[in-house]
Design a protein around this ligand. Structure first.
Ligand code: ASC
Length: 150
């Protein structure tokens, strides 16, 4: 490929990768971003969990619709855990950055369980959603116990 065009092609590929590696002007923006993502994730998971456990009347369509949103918002938080953002308005423990592989494994586990929850939500079966939601809650808790300050 002609040199300038090759560079343009590389830029296009980098552009596609942007959502996964969101760019932040300041460290505070990365912190705000991951907290916002976690908030949206917790809100949508909480809505499903409340119906799965019978705290709120079961509504299969609301569960499926909420799961569709969770599928997207659950991908948001992790791009915000960039280097140098363990200080400031955050409960994130510094171990996130010194045990990055372990932290990432916890994040992957949570995301895997969320994928199963979304599949369960599509079936409309409350028992399946309840089981899957329980596993998601455990995965969330596992990481919070290790990597989130009180
Ligand atoms: C939630 C939520 C969490 C997890 C965690 C599970 O609904 O906001 O952080 O579940 O409490 O133990």
């Amino acid at each position: 490929m002609h040199r300038p065009f090759r560079h343009l092609a590389l830029l296009a590929i980098a552009g596609l990768a942007l959502p996964a590696a969101a760019q932040f002007a300041k460290p505070e923006d990365a912190i705000k971003y991951r907290k916002s993502g976690m908030f949206l994730q917790a809100t949508h998971f909480g809505r499903i969990n409340a119906m799965a456990t019978g705290k709120v009347p079961w509504d299969a369509k609301a569960v499926a619709d909420t799961a569709a949103v969770l599928e997207v918002v659950s991908r948001l938080p992790y791009a915000g855990f960039v280097e140098g953002t363990d200080k400031g308005e955050t409960k994130a423990k510094p171990e996130i950055w010194t045990e990055r592989d372990k932290f990432n494994a916890g994040a992957t586990k949570a995301q895997d369980e969320i994928v199963k929850l979304i599949a369960a939500a599509r079936t409309g079966n409350q028992d399946q959603v309840k089981t899957a939601a329980g596993a998601v809650g455990q995965a969330c808790k596992g990481c919070h116990d290790n990597y989130r300050r009180e």
